[in-house]
Design a binder for this molecule. Structure first.
Ligand code: ZN
Ligand code: ZN
Length: 240
């Protein structure tokens, strides 16, 4: 009875078109789901970005830069459809979209994550002023859901975003990384309170674009003696 009332008050909305989803137990309309581009092979062995042919192991980005994370995966291509969906999730209070995203991550990458066997999941943090403005960190919602589904601990605030960064678009790759590098710090309290020594971490974020955010977080963690850093994101840009 209560569930029926809740369903009426808060019907599930489709993360693509925003309409109420029918049938009731689904999290997305089936025609809308077909529009999403799941990433498949051939893909970069390091960042999972789609690549053109099977001959190459890595995308041009991973060939030319030295990233310090082990490897990572993204679920969907960051096309105009996912761009809109994630923007609503992040900036327009569509927190409920996370349910669909998390379900798909676990369905498609649960086994992969279990094989990585991370000690903990850690969301990429946002600056506290942004947190206050939005009321939530989208990456934290994702990390909590994935962690719960796979029964892996999560440390929501192991990383802190200390400094507001300059708008990344105006910067070169090198400046971008430097700009970001200074933005993240380790939360010593959360680090020392975790009962075991941390050897491997799975970073969780919504979008992977140039990899500089994941790399900046990785560097902070590696400097603290954590050797194996992996990542999972919902989307990755195709042609960067
Ligand atoms: Zn829809
Ligand atoms: Zn790559």
């Amino acid at each position: 009875m209560l569930q029926a009332i809740l369903d009426m008050l808060y019907p599930v909305r489709c993360p693509v078109c925003g309409d109420i989803v029918i049938p009731k137990d689904s999290k997305i309309c089936s025609p809308c789901e077909k529009k999403l581009q799941l990433i498949t092979q051939p893909r970069c062995k390091k960042c999972s970005k789609p690549i053109d042919q099977d001959q190459s192991e890595y995308c041009s980005d991973c060939k030319s830069k030295e990233y310090h994370f082990k490897y990572g995966y993204s679920l969907w291509v960051y096309d105009s459809i996912m761009k809109k969906s994630i923007s609503n999730f992040k900036y327009h209070y569509r927190k409920e979209y996370a349910k669909y995203y998390i379900e798909k991550v676990i369905l498609n990458y649960g086994d992969v994550i279990n094989r990585m066997a991370p000690d903990v999941l850690v969301p990429v943090p946002i600056h506290k002023s942004k947190y206050r403005e939005r009321g939530y960190n989208q990456a934290e919602i994702l990390a909590n859901g994935i962690a719960k589904g796979l029964n892996i601990p999560v440390i929501p605030h192991l990383l802190i975003r200390d400094k507001k960064t300059l708008p990344q678009k105006q910067l070169s790759d090198k400046e971008r990384l430097k700009n970001l590098q200074e933005a993240f710090v380790l939360n010593d309290k959360a680090f020392s309170e975790f009962p075991e020594k941390l050897n491997s971490i799975l970073l969780v974020d919504d979008i992977y674009t140039t990899g500089s955010t994941i790399e900046a977080c990785t560097n902070v963690l590696v400097r603290s003696g954590i050797e194996n850093i992996y990542f999972i994101t919902l989307c990755i840009g195709k042609g960067f």
